[in-house]
Design a binder for this molecule. Structure first.
Ligand SMILES: Cc1cc2nc3c(=O)[nH]c(=O)nc-3n(C[C@H](O)[C@H](O)[C@H](O)COP(=O)(O)OP(=O)(O)OC[C@H]3O[C@@H](n4cnc5c(N)ncnc54)[C@H](O)[C@@H]3O)c2cc1C
Length: 482
């Protein structure tokens, strides 16, 4: 049996050191951080891995420049250090992103403050880099810009954490998706086990909830980005930032693939955060109207220019607050569940490490941050290549496009993909920047039908469900606007 023959569908054990509830980037990182410390760990996700807010990130790994304005130096150091750690563990996926802020028209005082902040930030960034073993050196920032990071493919990144965790402690690491809500079971007032509709009770040394905004009573807001054809503003692959002339918020346009991601627009949200997110197309018009005064190139954008929308829910500190929460936290309930509430993709691994250190006290084990033992993640695309090399017939391109048959077989056999949306959005990258085209959808559905055993009507239903999801009528994964 080769490495790639081991799928994630192995039978579950009866007890794990850690049971993680929720498979967004935070739950996935907790799983990875537990596995690399030799703990047994089970990850349970209600829908699919990365199908919540995590499918909507702007892809920026923040170095922490923005926290300079609050003089929050600890956060600057933590973010910057994390940026370098992520580059170290996933150098092909996390790349430096050259950023510039347009300070024109902001007045001399603003410009001066920004320049001094930037100089101090660069000094702190150099200091933060020292703390990380063998971190790649990010080129020095040049005025008026700086370097953040960009995760080229957030789906691949999330899956690579899971592949790495899975290989780390073979037999002691397990994942299940599409399990519905997970119920926590208590004994003598302590949370000790979990159960789902498809599994019996599973004992846990510690339970870590990473359910994002789905946690009880959590106030939420919505954040959105637009994907448009590559803007001239992003010439030279430079991300450009602006200060909104009316509300003072940051507006960024980030070069990504052949497109630009523009945002982030924030809005209140009154729906149930545990249900699929839905937005009205009029909100896109509001977004465009908000962008217009920022720059002439934004002012030219119309709804017809928008390829796709990424929108997701994020925590607020209070229902009445207009602002999204700025700080992540790890806390604990009275019955001993550890809860992770993260506000940034950037710091998810670091927050997960904190959660594991807290969980270790429940297990009577002591664990450190294990930074000196960080090694590069197993690359998901390398595994797929290895897999197709073993079964060369599967290297045939599907519908003449960028996917091979091997991509689909690998996703279904080895990564628990059960529906078309799992494969097209979250195992491969073909649908997360726009509609992948009917020919490819039908080819993938045909392959999945023969692998999973769908009847013709089930296959048709899957195609309809995917179309629903991508048009935002049923899922919070994105919307095709044209
Ligand atoms: C538009 C937008 C742009 C952003 N851009 C950036 C950026 O550029 N950089 C950055 O660092 N951050 C960014 N963020 C923030 C970042 O994306 C989020 O902080 C992060 O993805 C949240 O991850 P999570 O794991 O906490 O939540 P989620 O991804 O929502 O994961 C929670 C998971 O828990 C599951 N779940 C819920 N209840 C249960 C249950 N009872 N049982 C089992 N499973 C359950 C859900 O199905 C879901 O999969 C952005 C966010 C948005 C919305």
């Amino acid at each position: 049996m080769t490495n790639v023959d081991v799928g994630w569908n192995a039978p579950l054990g009866e007890r794990y050191d850690i049971v993680v509830i929720g498979g967004g980037i935070h739950g996935v990182c907790v799983t990875y951080e537990a596995a690399r410390r030799g703990l047994s760990v089970l990850l349970l996700e209600r829908k699919d891995f990365g199908s919540g807010t995590s499918s909507n990130s702007m892809k920026i790994v923040h170095g922490g420049l923005r926290y300079m304005q609050d003089f929050d130096f600890k956060r600057v150091i933590d973010s910057n250090r994390e940026f370098r750690i992520l580059q170290h563990i996933a150098p092909a996926l996390v790349q430096p992103l050259s950023c510039q802020l347009d300070v024109r028209g902001r007045g001399v005082l603003f410009s001066l403050k920004f320049r001094s902040g930037l100089a101090l930030y660069n000094a702190i960034a150099k200091f933060a880099a020292r703390a990380v073993p063998s971190a790649l050196d990010v080129p020095a920032s040049h005025y008026p810009g700086w370097y953040d990071g960009i995760i080229l493919d957030t789906e691949e990144f999330l899956l690579s954490y899971l592949h790495t965790a899975f290989r780390e402690e073979s037999g002691k690491v397990a994942f299940r998706n599409h399990v519905g809500d997970v119920t926590v079971m208590c004994r003598e007032g302590r949370a000790v086990a979990v159960t789902t509709a498809s599994t019996g009770p599973i004992e846990a040394g510690a339970i870590i909830e990473c359910v994002g905004v789905a946690r009880e009573g959590q106030p939420v807001g919505m954040a959105m980005n637009l994907i448009v054809d590559r803007l001239d503003l992003n010439a030279g692959a430079i991300a450009r930032g602006f200060v909104h002339p009316h509300d003072g918020r940051s507006v960024f346009t980030v070069p990504w693939r052949d497109a630009s991601i523009v945002g982030t627009f924030e809005r209140s949200y009154s729906g149930d955060p545990r249900e699929a997110l839905s937005i009205d197309p009029e909100v896109i018009d509001e977004f465009l109207a908000w962008l217009a005064p920022v720059h002439a190139e934004f002012a030219k954008l119309t709804r017809g220019d928008v390829r796709f929308v990424h929108a997701g829910l994020l925590p607020k500190d209070a229902h009445e607050s207009e602002e999204l929460s700025r700080a992540s936290k790890v806390d604990e309930t009275e019955d001993g569940r550890i809860r992770v509430l993260g506000v940034k993709y950037t710091t998810s691994r670091a927050l997960a490490s904190q959660a594991i250190q807290r969980a270790a006290t429940h297990l009577d084990k002591s664990v450190d941050d294990a930074l000196d033992r960080l090694v590069p993640l197993i690359s998901r695309s390398a595994l797929v290549r290895e897999f197709t090399a073993e079964y060369p017939k599967l290297s045939r391109p599907l519908a003449g496009g960028e996917l091979t048959e091997g991509d689909v077989v690998f996703a279904v056999r080895h990564e628990l993909a059960v529906d078309l949306t799992d494969v097209l959005f979250r195992r491969t990258r073909v649908a997360n920047a726009g509609h992948p085209g009917d020919t490819l959808i039908h080819a993938v559905a045909g392959m999945m039908a023969s692998l999973i055993g769908w009847t013709d009507s089930e296959k048709q239903k899957q195609i309809e469900q995917f179309e629903d999801d991508i048009h935002f009528t049923g899922g919070n994964i994105g919307t095709v606007v044209r």
